[in-house]
Design a protein around this ligand. Structure first.
Ligand SMILES: CCCCCCCCCCCCCCCCCCCC(=O)SCCNC(=O)CCNC(=O)[C@H](O)C(C)(C)COP(=O)(O)OP(=O)(O)OC[C@H]1O[C@@H](n2cnc3c(N)ncnc32)[C@H](O)[C@@H]1OP(=O)(O)O
Ligand code: ATP
Ligand code: AKG
Ligand code: FE2
Ligand code: MG
Length: 338
C-alpha cells in the first residue's frame, strides 16, 4: 500500500516536472484510485494521493479547480487571528516586511490606526501568531495532496473587505493568481483561503469560474472601473462572460483550496461589517523560477519591483523572482529550489 502510494506520488511529480510529449506520455506512471464502486480505476491529473482525498474529491478538483472543505479551522484559532490582526492595525505589533493596504477610496485620507482603515495585510510571514495559520497540520495535510511533501508558504494575506464606499472599489476583479507568480509548474501551487466568518453574496464572497484551471495564463490589466481600482488588482482582460459563475458561500472555518489558474474574484461588500478571510499560497519547493520578461507577466513585475525598491530603498536592479525568494518560507520537508 505504502509503496503503491509512493509510486503514484512519484508518477504525478514526474509528470508535473517533465510534462510528457507524444509517445513518452504513455510511459509515465499513472496515479490512479478506484471509484466508489471499486470497478474502474480513475486517473487524476491535479492531485497526489496521500490517502486523505477521496476519489470523488480528486475528481471534483480535476474538473473544477477548487475543493471546499467544511469546518477545517477552529473558532478558537480564528479568534486568535482576529485579535492579532486588530493589534497590527492598532500598531501595537510591528511586523517586518508586512504590507498594510487601504482601500483606494480612502488611500489619500489621513491614516487612522484602526482596522476600519485596512483592506488587507500581506506578507505576515514574520508574524508568529498569524503565520501559525500556514502551519496548521489539518491544512498542510490537504496542501500536500497538491504540492507534494516539500512545501513552501509563498504568500500570506488577511483580507478585511470593507463595506463598499459606494464606488464599488471593494470588488476584486476576476483574475488568476498565477499572474503574480514567477514560478512553475502551476499544478504544484495551491491557495488555501479560510472564511473567518459567514461569507456570502451580501458581503462579497469568492466567485469562481469552474474548470478554468485547465486553460492557460491570460493577459491581465487594470479593469476599466469608474470608481477606481485598488493598486495591483489586475483582472483578466478577456474571459468568457457566459461561463457559469459559482458563488462560494462559506461558514466560519470553512476552507477552499484552489488552483492558481482558476479564474476568480469577489463581489462588493454590501453590509456594514468588514468581511474577513485568511489565506496562504503554497508551492512545492521543487518548483523552479521562470523569467517573466517578454511574457504577459511583465506588467506586474514592473509594479512589484517598483514597490519593493521604494519600500526597501533598493537602488540595484531586482526582479520579481528576488521578491518571492525573500518572502517564501518552508513549512514542511526540504527547501530544494524555491
Ligand atoms: C527587496 C525585496 C523585498 C520584497 C518585498 C516585495 C513587496 C512587494 C509587494 C508585492 C505584492 C505582490 C502581490 C502578490 C499577490 C499574490 C496573489 C494574490 C492576488 C492578489 O492579491 S491581487 C492584489 C495584489 N495587491 C496588492 O498586493 C496590493 C499591495 N498593496 C501595496 O503594496 C500597498 O498597499 C501600496 C498600494 C503600495 C500602498 O502602500 P504604502 O506605500 O505603504 O502607502 P502610502 O499611503 O504611502 O501610499 C503610497 C501611494 O500609493 C497610493 N495607494 C495607497 N493605497 C492604494 C490603493 N489601495 N490603490 C491605489 N493606490 C493606493 C497612495 O495614494 C499613494 O499615492 P501617491 O500618489 O500619494 O504617491
Ligand atoms: N463589469 C464587470 N466587469 C468585470 N468584472 C466584474 C464586473 N462586475 C463584476 N465583476 C466581477 O465579478 C465578481 C462578482 O462581482 P459582483 O459585484 O457582481 O458580485 P456578485 O457576487 O455577483 O453579486 P451580484 O451579482 O448580486 O451583484 C467580482 O470579481 C467582480 O469584480
Ligand atoms: O476577496 C478575496 O478575499 C480574495 C481576493 C483574491 O482573490 C486575492 O487576493 O488573490
Ligand atoms: Fe486571487
Ligand atoms: Mg454580479
Amino acid at each position: 500500500m505504502e509503496e503503491a502510494a509512493a509510486a503514484a506520488r512519484l508518477g504525478t511529480i514526474l509528470r508535473h516536472l517533465c510534462p510528457p510529449t507524444g509517445a513518452a506520455a504513455l510511459t509515465t506512471f499513472p496515479t490512479s484510485a478506484q471509484t466508489a464502486s471499486g470497478k474502474h480505476p480513475m486517473e487524476f491529473h491535479y492531485t497526489l494521493d496521500n490517502n486523505l482525498l477521496t476519489p470523488e474529491q480528486r475528481h471534483f478538483y480535476d474538473e473544477n479547480g477548487y475543493l471546499l472543505v467544511k469546518n477545517l479551522v477552529s473558532g478558537e484559532d480564528i479568534e486568535r487571528f482576529r485579535n492579532e490582526f486588530a493589534k497590527i492595525c492598532k500598531k501595537e505589533v510591528q511586523v517586518p516586511g508586512l504590507i498594510i493596504m487601504r482601500d483606494v477610496a480612502i488611500a489619500k485620507s489621513e491614516f487612522v490606526p484602526d482596522q476600519k482603515a485596512v483592506t488587507k495585510i500581506q506578507d505576515f510571514q514574520e508574524d508568529e501568531e498569524l503565520f501559525r495559520y500556514c502551519t496548521l497540520p489539518q491544512i498542510l495535510k490537504y496542501v500536500e495532496c497538491f504540492t507534494g511533501p516539500n512545501i513552501m508558504a509563498m504568500h500570506t494575506m488577511l483580507i478585511n473587505k470593507p463595506p463598499d464606499s459606494g464606488k464599488k472599489s471593494s470588488r476584486h476583479p476576476m483574475h488568476q493568481d498565477l499572474h503574480y507568480f514567477p514560478f512553475r509548474p502551476a499544478d504544484l501551487i495551491v491557495c488555501s483561503w479560510t472564511a473567518m466568518e459567514q461569507i456570502d453574496r451580501s458581503n462579497g464572497c469568492l466567485v469562481v469560474l469552474p474548470g478554468t484551471h485547465k486553460g492557460s495564463l491570460k493577459q491581465h490589466d487594470y479593469p476599466d472601473w469608474e470608481g477606481g481600482v485598488n493598486k495591483m488588482y489586475h483582472g483578466v482582460r478577456d474571459y468568457n462572460k457566459n461561463r457559469p459563475r459559482v458563488h462560494l458561500v462559506m461558514e466560519k472555518g470553512d476552507t477552499v483550496f484552489f488552483h492558481p489558474l482558476l479564474i476568480h474574484g469577489s463581489g462588493m461588500n454590501r453590509t456594514q461589517g468588514f468581511r474577513k478571510a485568511i489565506s496562504c499560497h503554497y508551492a512545492s519547493a521543487d518548483c523552479h523560477y521562470i523569467e517573466v520578461k517578454g511574457t504577459s507577466q511583465e506588467n506586474i513585475e514592473k509594479e512589484v519591483v517598483e514597490i519593493a525598491q521604494r519600500k526597501y530603498g533598493v537602488n540595484t536592479p531586482i526582479t520579481l523572482k528576488d521578491t518571492w525568494m525573500i518572502r517564501g518560507r518552508l513549512v514542511k520537508g526540504e527547501r530544494t529550489n524555491l
